[in-house]
Design a protein around this ligand. Structure first.
Ligand SMILES: [Zn+2]
Length: 415
C-alpha cells in the first residue's frame, strides 16, 4: 500500500477529497499530509446552499491530526471557494475533517476532549503536546457546542447555591438541575442579578415547568426568584442542610461561650469537644461515644443546645405536610424557653421564613446534589490550577459538570 492510500484509509477520506501527498520528517518527528479536492466538483454556497462549481481555493491551512506513532501529524489543504451569483465568492464552510474555527481535526478534538475530561489542563497539554491556550480554546468550543445542542427546557427541580472562590475573594452563583445533577448556570457574585441572568433566558410559559427551587435563606436569591418565577412563593424550598448548618453554628456559639465561662474558673470540661456536638448522633465515632455520654449527662448549656439541634433534625423526617407544623410549634416553644441566645436567634430566623421551610414537606428537595457538584468544582479548581479568568473557570465547570454533549458530530465516517 502506498503512503497516500494508507492515510486515505486512516483518515477515512471519501470522495471528493483524496490524499495527494504524504511527507515524513524523522528529524522533525512529524508527518504532513496533503488533501486535495477532485476536479470538477460542485459544492454548496454557504449562504443559500446552491450547488456550484468550485471557483478557486483559499490559501493552504493545516490542522493538527492524531499522531502517527508519536509523530505529530498535520493535515494540509486549501479550502475551496465557490462563486455564487447572489452571494459572491465564498469559502465552503464545512470541511469533512474539521469544524469551522478549529486548528484540529475532528478526531484530534475527540481525543483531546477525552484527555481533558480525565486529566488536569496542564497534564492534558503535556499528553497532547498542545499549548495551554489551545487546550482552553478546545474546551471552550466543546462547551459552546454542547450548550448550543442542549434542549432549551427548564428543569423541574432546581438548586441554587453559592460557592466562595478565594482566588478573587468573592462568590459565584451556581444553578443546578437537581434531577439530572448538572450545572445549568454559572454567574459571578451572589447578587440578585447573578440569578436573574438565569431566569431571563426563559419564557413565561417555560416557567410553568419549574416545580420547586431549593436554596439557602439568602435574600438576593429569594428576591430574584420571587420577581422572576410566577408562583415562586410556593416553589421556593429552604434547603434543610443549610438550615441545619445555622443550627450547628448556634450550638457551637453556645459551646464557645460556656467554655469561656468554665475556663475562667479553671474547668476544661468542654475543651476539644467542638465536633462531638456537631456530628449527627449516629455518625459519632465509637471511640468518642463514652466521653460524649459523660458530657451529655452533665446538664450543660451546650448539651441543651445540642438536644434542641437534634430535635430539629427530627423535624425533617415528618412524613406529611400536615404533621410538620405541629412538630415545628413544639420545637419552637422548646427553643424559645431554652434561655440560650444563639439558639433563640436562629429559631427566630427560621420562623420568619417558615412558609418556605415547610414547602420542603410538599416538594421533598434538598441541595444535596448541588453540594456534591460543589465539591466536584473544588476538584476542578485544583485541576485547572492557574485558570486566568472567571470565563475559563466557567468553561471548566460546564465542561465537567454541564452534562453536555461535547463531541463534534462527525460528517465523515471515523478513520
Ligand atoms: Zn449563495
Amino acid at each position: 500500500m502506498r503512503d497516500v492510500e494508507l492515510y486515505q484509509q486512516l483518515l477515512g477520506f471519501v470522495a471528493p477529497w483524496t490524499v495527494s501527498r504524504v511527507e515524513l520528517s524523522v528529524q522533525g518527528e512529524r508527518v504532513d499530509i496533503w488533501a486535495e479536492l477532485a476536479p470538477q466538483v460542485r459544492l454548496p454556497c454557504p449562504e443559500c446552499e446552491t450547488v456550484l462549481p468550485v471557483y478557486d481555493h483559499a490559501e493552504e491551512r493545516a490542522w493538527r491530526h492524531l499522531d502517527s506513532c508519536l509523530f505529530k501529524t498535520y493535515l494540509h489543504a486549501r479550502v475551496p471557494r465557490i462563486k455564487c451569483p447572489t452571494h459572491g465568492t465564498r469559502q465552503v464552510k464545512k470541511q469533512p475533517w474539521t469544524e469551522a474555527r478549529s486548528r484540529f481535526t475532528l478526531l484530534f478534538e475527540r481525543l483531546a476532549i477525552d484527555v481533558l475530561k480525565e486529566a488536569t489542563v496542564r497534564g492534558a497539554t503535556r499528553i497532547l503536546r498542545i499549548r495551554w491556550d489551545e487546550a482552553w480554546h478546545l474546551m471552550q468550543r466543546a462547551v459552546e457546542r454542547g450548550l448550543r445542542a442542549k434542549d432549551k427546557r427548564v428543569p423541574e427541580r432546581l438548586g441554587v447555591d453559592e460557592k466562595a472562590i478565594s482566588k478573587w475573594a468573592h462568590y459565584i452563583t451556581l444553578v443546578c438541575d437537581l434531577d439530572a445533577a448538572t450545572i445549568e448556570h454559572v454567574a459571578e457574585a451572589r447578587r440578585m442579578e447573578s440569578l436573574d441572568g438565569y431566569f431571563l433566558g426563559f419564557s413565561t410559559a417555560q416557567f410553568e415547568g419549574i416545580r420547586a427551587i431549593a436554596m439557602d435563606m439568602w435574600l438576593p436569591y429569594i428576591s430574584s426568584t420571587l420577581r422572576q418565577v410566577p408562583g415562586a412563593r410556593n416553589k421556593i424550598v429552604f434547603d434543610p442542610y443549610h438550615i441545619m448548618s445555622y443550627m450547628n453554628q448556634a450550638v457551637d456559639e453556645v459551646r464557645k461561650r460556656e467554655h469561656r465561662e468554665h475556663r475562667a474558673r479553671g474547668d476544661e470540661t468542654l475543651a476539644r469537644s467542638r465536633y462531638l456536638w456537631l456530628y449527627a448522633q449516629e455518625h459519632l465515632q465509637h471511640k468518642h461515644q463514652e466521653r460524649f455520654a459523660v458530657l451529655r449527662a452533665m446538664n450543660l448549656k451546650t448539651g441543651r443546645a445540642w438536644a434542641i439541634k437534634e430535635s430539629l433534625r427530627e423535624f425533617w423526617k415528618m412524613p406529611t405536610p400536615e404533621e410538620a407544623p405541629a412538630h415545628w410549634k413544639q420545637w419552637y416553644r422548646w427553643a424559645t424557653h431554652s434561655r440560650l441566645k444563639p439558639v433563640i436567634k436562629t429559631k427566630k430566623g427560621i420562623q420568619q421564613k417558615l412558609h418556605n421551610v415547610l414547602t420542603y414537606f410538599t416538594h421533598r428537595i434538598t441541595n444535596a446534589v448541588a453540594e456534591v457538584i460543589n465539591s466536584k468544582i473544588q476538584t476542578i479548581k485544583k485541576a485547572t490550577y492557574g485558570f486566568r479568568s472567571f470565563e475559563n473557570f466557567k468553561t471548566a465547570i460546564f465542561f465537567h459538570c454541564g452534562g453536555l454533549r461535547l463531541y463534534l458530530v462527525t460528517h465523515t465516517k471515523p478513520g
